[in-house]
Design a protein around this ligand. Structure first.
Ligand SMILES: Cc1cc2nc3c(=O)[nH]c(=O)nc-3n(C[C@H](O)[C@H](O)[C@H](O)COP(=O)(O)OP(=O)(O)OC[C@H]3O[C@@H](n4cnc5c(N)ncnc54)[C@H](O)[C@@H]3O)c2cc1C
Length: 430
């Protein structure tokens, strides 16, 4: 469920949701940085893929597609600083076994851990927590292979401008081959999940978000209750839960199918799902608690809204979807992310509330995205680069104060536009 390279026909690639597809002329999986650099030098045009878990067509190419699946693992670590340098193709799900023995763990993670470190960093992938930036904000340095095959070390003192901007650069600066992450000593998290009336979430979230290291809500648009999830560091021992039967993911597939085939039942099905959600508490290591299993395919739009207006925007999104009787079963996801200083980070100098809208992969996502996207724009939202949106350069340049600095630096690094595919063309130049 990660890389969707069709092995019977090596020229077909598709992303996790199946919506994005392309036919690269060649697929290359270098085993060291010399091979990587040679591949890049010889290619006219290329893109690099991580786990293919972006919903937007960032990775699509008809030319050379590079995967770092053979460049994985720990390069070195610094015990005092709690930093680890990783091969950029390492998947987040493999970090537990890599970081546990050196007593380190990521400071935060998102919903799943299938992504590669480089893919997650390059799009500003995030979890939730008002005191925590996106993963790109934890990057202390990286090794970059540029369009002419040169290998650059970039950090706060070497190639510092490239470092500043390159932490969220959508694979448009070159290929990140190693990444140094700021981590922390291994820690356990206590997770609490319960169903809560949406009106309580809307009126108390501003307080609750200050009381928990991580807080998020999954909002069922056509029901009155939402799922509230909190995570907090704890010294308590491990407390696991028996695996639920049927699993949350199986329920999601079954209910998504019912709601798709009989849309008028959607509100009842959303209420019925609530009956399956009992309050639960568990304690485990952070790398086991953060990720969920996501096997029911969907497509997703997500915008980052100035944090102080997040709940107002969420209310408007829910109201609009209800008013349009939008055929959406998947819950909205509401999270918080701290500001950073990365030029094209959606969180650049802005604490944000993150609102995601998901649509089951067998339903047309554009129908509901059309309803919500103008609302996100009204609140000055910036799109998640790895998720679906319709913005192009004209509008994007108004959202990012360092937009032209980014483009100028990118041009210097890639004068032949080697990394530009049609999607990046529309983002940067349309
Ligand atoms: C089920 C699911 C759940 C998700 N949950 C979250 C979540 O909780 N929070 C969140 O923020 N996002 C989430 N996402 C989105 C996902 O984290 C991002 O889209 C992420 O970029 C995917 O990582 P990837 O390794 O699959 O990268 P890809 O999608 O393969 O690539 C993403 C970008 O990174 C670039 N890239 C990849 N490798 C390199 C490299 N070595 N050097 C330079 N550039 C590179 C690619 O060119 C592309 O531009 C989720 C996605 C899915 C499918």
């Amino acid at each position: 469920m990660t890389q969707h390279m069709d092995r019977t026909n090596q020229t077909t690639w598709q992303n996790w949701s199946g919506l994005q597809r392309s036919n690269p002329a060649q697929f290359v999986q270098p085993t060291d940085v010399t091979q990587l650099s040679q591949t890049i030098r010889q290619a006219q045009k290329c893109r690099v893929v991580g786990a293919g878990h972006s919903f937007s067509p960032l990775v699509c190419t008809d030319d050379t597609l590079i995967s770092l699946d053979s460049l994985t693992g720990l390069v070195r670590h610094d015990e005092q600083l709690n930093q680890a340098t990783l091969q950029a193709g390492t998947r987040l799900k493999n970090l537990g076994p890599i970081l546990d023995p050196i007593d380190q763990a990521l400071l935060n993670q998102g919903d799943i851990d299938e992504q590669s470190v480089a893919g997650a960093v390059s799009t500003g992938t995030h979890g939730t927590g008002t005191s925590l930036t996106c993963l790109s904000g934890f990057v202390q340095g990286f090794q970059l292979v540029t369009a002419n095959g040169e290998v650059l070390e970039c950090n706060a003192t070497q190639n510092s401008t490239i470092f500043e901007a390159g932490r969220v650069s959508l694979g448009s600066f070159g290929v990140l081959s190693q990444i140094t992450m700021q981590n922390r000593p291994r820690y356990r998290l206590k997770e609490h999940i319960q169903l809560t009336p949406l009106k309580d979430i809307l009126s108390h979230m501003d307080q609750w978000k200050t009381e928990h290291r991580h807080i998020e809500s999954m909002v069922f648009v056509h029901a009155q209750d939402a799922i509230l999830k909190t995570l907090d560091p704890t010294d308590e021992g491990i407390q696991t839960l028996p695996a639920p039967w049927p699993s949350d993911d199986t329920l999601l597939t079954i209910f998504s199918e019912i709601a798709r085939k009989t849309p008028y039942l959607n509100p009842y099905v959303q209420k019925l799902l609530g009956a399956f959600i009992k309050p639960t508490t568990r304690v485990d290591w952070s790398s086991a608690v953060f990720p969920s299993v996501r096997e029911t395919r969907f497509n997703e739009m997500e915008y980052q809204i100035p944090a102080e207006r997040g709940l107002e925007c969420l209310t408007e999104v829910v109201d609009a979807l209800r008013k349009h009787k939008a055929p959406v079963f998947f819950p909205l996801e509401y999270r918080y992310v701290k500001a950073d200083d990365i030029w094209l980070s959606p969180f650049y100098q802005q604490d944000c509330a993150s609102i995601s809208v998901h649509q089951y992969h067998k339903q047309d996502c554009r129908e509901i995205f059309k309803i919500v996207e103008p609302i996100f724009w009204k609140y000055g939202g910036r799109p998640h680069w790895g998720k679906m949106h319709t913005l192009t350069a004209n509008k994007l340049k108004t959202l990012y104060p360092r937009w032209y600095d980014f483009l100028a630096l990118r041009q210097e690094l890639d004068p032949q536009q080697k990394w530009i595919n049609p999607h990046l063309e529309s983002l940067f130049f349309a």
